[in-house]
Write a protein that binds this ligand. Structure first.
Ligand code: ADP
Length: 477
């Protein structure tokens, strides 16, 4: 089974967020199911500089109503997997991975069409085209146009974060001759946006957890597309993301002060003490050390966490926040840390090394998201024995089992997106933390849970087979 993957980022070449982990790691897991993934990425100027000397494999035409653009195709092997890098003027003109909406739309549409043209020109015809997020969605509309004509090839679209629809991309779609979606369930404003357009052409829409797949069919999470998504309920599936247990392994993580495993949890304390020392706090093993590692976006509920901690003045805790993003959230975090220097720290950086040390030393990982399609932070927290305290939404609900007794549960969940609900949940968690035996049980159950890519890959591969069979049946052979 040959599958073309189209994504704006993928590890280890380009990483901005969780999409990179999915596009980088899922193909390896799919290979074990006999799925041969050809990944295509935009050839960003930054990558070009890193890969100077790489020779182009081909050049292909990207037709537009007003003329023809040229795309270059470079190929390389990364960890034994083939990657195509699609380059050209619209990508050079918007060098950051994500920047101004209009320019981004033009570059990503160009990229997607260029990748499809590369398949044709190089004689590599996929049995499924799997596009990720709004960036790659327009390519699904393109492959159905009369001039390209891949009517028998199933199209899958995975939505990693619904609110990002490619707003501002209307003119760019028209510039490539892509007509607005004609699905009557789509509101007018959505018909000529990249993500809804791609969804209207997809045989299957997937998102990254079963709960989020249900939530986006409701007004609270559907961003105005809930009626359309509900009308596609039979063709919408939630498939959980995974993490690579070799990449995230406290037993072999070189960033840690001390490595540990499920049967040597006591060594974790060294990592906690090391963090307390960095911030000049009392090195108390019994004081609960809470952490958040996140983009600072309203989605992630950092404000809920800070307000909840204010409401827990009477309780002993220490708190580390690692993340950067929205200036308003950064300012709030700065003010909070300044007011609680003796027990709160804010590090406004993207720092993978420090993040590993925090996962390994914190007692609890807070993930109070307002919505969460899947979430990787809580999966890493589970794997490292940092017990997740999460809002019961999306993928958080699907991956964290509520603490129920000495023998059951991997974390703590709360329902309402308000500080008091989180504060109550934290109070309960901190009480359990005081009981070392119960706490170690929680940690061990989380560390033993399997969130590798194996289960996801099996589901995607089944879906590819099903989608192919459906298309064959429809086209009479
Ligand atoms: P999202 O993709 O919405 O940002 P996820 O939880 O799915 O959220 O993935 C976030 C990933 O980025 C996790 O691997 C997390 O450890 C990492 N991350 C987030 N913020 C930082 C940071 N400031 N420093 C290092 N890693 C971070």
């Amino acid at each position: 089974m040959k599958v073309l993957f189209l994504a704006a980022e993928a590890t280890p070449l380009v990483k901005v967020g969780g999409l990179a982990d999915v596009a980088g790691e899922l193909p390896r897991a799919l290979a074990r199911h006999g799925v041969d993934v050809q990944l295509a990425l935009p050839f960003y100027p930054g990558l070009k500089a890193e890969l100077a000397g790489l020779r182009p494999l081909a050049t292909v035409e990207v037709p537009r109503p007003d003329g023809v653009q040229t795309a270059t195709v470079h190929a390389l092997e990364v960890d034994g997997r083939r990657v195509w890098l699609i380059g050209g003027e619209p990508i050079d003109a918007a060098p950051a991975v994500y920047g101004a909406p209009e320019q981004d739309a033009a570059k990503f549409i160009f990229f997607g069409i260029g990748a499809l043209q590369a398949c044709r020109s190089l004689g590599w015809e996929p049995e499924v085209v799997h596009a990720h997020d709004w960036h790659a969605a327009p390519s699904l509309a393109w492959m159905r146009t009369a001039s390209f004509g891949w009517d028998r090839t199933p199209a899958l679209l995975t939505v990693h974060n619904l609110p990002y629809m490619g707003t501002g991309g209307e003119a760019a779609l028209a510039g490539y001759g892509l007509r607005p979606a004609d699905d009557p369930q789509l509101p007018d404003w959505a018909r000529q946006l990249p993500l809804p357009l791609g969804m209207s052409h997809a045989d299957w829409i997937t998102t990254v957890s079963p709960s989020y797949a249900g939530e986006i069919q409701t007004p609270a999470f559907g961003c105005g597309l809930e009626a359309f998504l509900a009308s596609r309920a039979g063709r919408l599936r939630g498939i959980l993301n995974g993490i690579d247990p070799r990449v995230w392994n406290p037993g072999a993580d070189a960033a840690l002060e001390r490595r540990y495993a499920i049967d040597s949890l006591e060594y974790r304390l060294t990592n906690k003490t090391a963090l307390q020392r960095i911030f000049g706090w009392p090195e108390h093993g019994r004081t609960p050390l809470l952490a958040m590692i996140t983009r600072l976006d309203v989605q992630k509920g950092v404000d809920l966490a800070l307000d909840a901690l204010e409401a827990l003045q009477d309780v002993r805790w220490q708190f580390i926040l690692l993340g950067r993003g929205d200036p308003a959230v950064e300012a709030q975090a700065e003010a909070f840390a300044a007011a609680h220097r003796d027990r709160a720290a804010f590090i406004p950086q993207f720092d993978p090394f420090l993040s590993r040390r925090i996962y390994a030393g914190a007692d609890m990982l807070l993930v109070p998201s307002r919505y969460e399609p899947c979430g990787l932070a809580q999966l890493i927290g589970l794997r490292y024995g940092a017990v997740p305290v999460v809002r019961a939404t999306g993928g958080l609900r699907d991956t964290v089992e509520p603490y129920a007794s000495e023998a059951q549960g991997t974390g703590f969940l709360f329902d309402r997106a308000d500080p008091q609900a989180l504060a109550d949940s934290l109070r309960g968690a901190i009480q359990v933390h005081a009981d070392t035996r119960r706490w170690a049980g929680l940690q061990r159950r989380g560390m033993a849970a399997d969130f590798s890519w194996a289960a996801s890959a099996a589901e995607y591969s089944d879906l590819y087979l099903q989608a192919s069979a459906e298309r064959r049946a429809r086209s009479g052979g």
